[in-house]
Design a protein around this ligand. Structure first.
Ligand SMILES: Nc1ncnc2c1ncn2[C@@H]1O[C@H](COP(=O)(O)OP(=O)(O)OP(=O)(O)O)[C@@H](O)[C@H]1O
Ligand SMILES: Cc1ncc(CO)c(N)n1
Length: 271
């Protein structure tokens, strides 16, 4: 069985963070593991408080996983502080991690900050260069690339700027745009775009976590980059189409075996 690790924050309400990642891994038939970086008291409406896990315990969780069950792919989500980033960067290097998908989480869907603003320089210098794929949404790409993004051409320009920071590929997600939900991938040579019709729903809590974990699952299963994104896009679109009207704010995406099985033909690879 293929194995995937999520290094991310915990969302006690179950829609984003580690919880979304593990549900996504399971739906792909991939064995999921987790290293928790922060415990977030949050729900579909708000973030109440954040307790960051100490760098020492983050490092020890990573050691515990890698000395015993080395993953085939790693998804990295919320890294809220400079010290958290430095601890994770050190372990990426020490364990020579590969197939790393990094979702540079900065805000929850409701606008609450999940990354300290003064850590962006560390994100750029110490984390982004390790990404096999970086998956910023439009506001995150604007902050990292220091440009405004209003069009597909702007997304391409942003992807090129971010690629120069050292990651192998960049996928700018179009969830925050208007019209069709179009994401742009740049692999250093070519651009690829992935489009789905925009689904009219407010229940989009955890879409980015779901997408990056679906891509990591597909990389763990051995798919090349553009196929991993194509499959990941199909998975997240289905999970949004069937998202759940639970909670008072942005409800969560929905993961279940049959959706994936019916939507894609290669599910058997995960078993
Ligand atoms: N309403 C929608 N209809 C269809 N696809 C959507 C919709 N909203 C987002 N998506 C898609 O979902 C994926 C995740 O993108 P998005 O920009 O929402 O991530 P995000 O902002 O990082 O999510 P979050 O921070 O809530 O986890 C992308 O493929 C995007 O195109
Ligand atoms: C823990 C966590 N990670 C990521 C997100 C982004 O959706 C969130 N809301 N919570």
């Amino acid at each position: 069985m293929k194995k995937a690790l999520s290094i991310a924050g915990s969302d006690c309400s179950g829609g984003a963070g580690i919880q979304a990642d593990l549900k996504t891994f399971s739906a792909h038939g991939v064995f999921g593991m987790s290293v928790i970086t922060s415990v977030v008291a949050e729900n579909t409406s708000r973030v109440i408080d954040i307790q960051d896990i100490t760098p020492d315990i983050i490092e020890k969780q990573i050691d515990a996983v890698f000395e015993d069950i080395p993953p085939d792919a790693v998804k990295i989500g919320m890294l809220s502080q400079v010290d958290t980033m430095l601890a994770v960067a050190k372990k990426i290097h020490e364990w020579d991690m590969t197939n790393i998908v990094i979702d540079p989480v900065m805000y929850a869907k409701n606008g609450c900050p999940l990354m300290a603003p003064d850590s962006i320089d560390t994100l750029i210098s110490r984390i982004i260069p390790f990404a096999y794929m970086l998956t910023p949404n439009i506001p995150e790409a604007e902050k990292i690339a220091e440009i405004e993004i209003h069009s597909i051409e702007d997304m391409k320009r942003g992807a090129k700027i971010i690629h120069e920071m050292g990651c192998t590929s960049v996928l700018i997600k179009g969830g925050h745009s208007v019209g069709d939900a179009t994401d742009v991938l740049f692999d250093g040579k070519d651009f690829y775009s992935y489009t789905s019709p925009r689904i009219q729903t407010k229940n989009t809590h955890g879409t980015g976590c779901t997408y990056s974990s679906a891509i990591a699952s597909n990389l763990a299963l051995g798919h090349p980059v553009n196929k991993a994104v194509e499959n990941g896009k199909a998975y997240v679109t289905t999970a949004i189409r069937h998202s759940l009207a639970i909670g008072k704010g942005h409800g969560p995406t929905h993961h279940f075996y049959n959706l994936y099985k019916n939507g894609l033909t290669d599910f058997k690879e995960g078993i």
